[in-house]
Design a protein around this ligand. Structure first.
Ligand code: ADP
Ligand code: MG
Length: 166
């Protein structure tokens, strides 16, 4: 795992193996003991689930972490509770309300991961970390851009810059 770019508002991390992306999740977990919201973007096979598995491991979740593609939301108990949403199959704001999306995403103290945030751009919380995973040039390469939306996680982003430094 290495950081390529130094910019105030974005951290760009390149991983060269599944382990690297998992490890990024684990490292981020160390910064999230007080809770946080992460919006997670990336095509199928980008490494979203792997990243969340690393995050969950870093928060000492014992249960198996799987994709919420069909369940829409998964819960995990670790150092803090993780709620993992996949908005892909939802069609309306009513459905978001039904599943408690707003309560969970505004709640303090837990970690909330939202896949397919682009389906409901106007319904996202005011503050979140946006993490986009893209395929890199090589087969096992992924480029992961992390930015802070809304300001609340600016400091966390700065800390991430420091721990991804080597
Ligand atoms: P998604 O949830 O985004 O659909 P998954 O995490 O389920 O993706 O799968 C990612 C796949 O890509 C896994 O098979 C993993 O082994 C592979 N892979 C190869 N290189 C990487 C990398 N650098 N980071 C993450 N996954 C990688
Ligand atoms: Mg997945």
């Amino acid at each position: 795992m290495c950081r390529d770019e130094r910019r105030l508002d974005m951290v760009k991390i390149t991983t060269t193996s599944p382990k690297g992306t998992y490890g990024l999740g684990q490292k981020l977990a160390a910064l999230m003991k007080g809770g946080a919201v992460i919006c997670l973007e990336g095509d199928l096979g980008a490494g979203k689930t792997l990243f969340v598995q690393g995050l969950a491991a870093g928060l000492h979740v014992q249960d198996e972490v799987t994709s919420p593609t069909f369940s829409i939301m998964n819960f995990y108990e670790g150092d803090v509770q993780i709620v993992h949403f996949d908005l892909y199959r939802l069609e309306s704001v009513d459905e978001l309300e039904e599943i408690g999306f707003y309560e969970y995403s505004e709640r303090e103290g837990g970690v909330v991961v939202i896949e397919w945030p682009s389906k409901f751009p106007d319904e996202l919380p005011e503050n979140y970390l946006l993490l986009s995973i893209e395929h890199g040039g090589e087969e096992n390469e992924r480029v992961i851009n992390v930015c802070s939306k809304g300001g609340k996680y600016d400091d966390l982003l700065e800390e991430l810059k420091v721990i991804c430094e080597f």
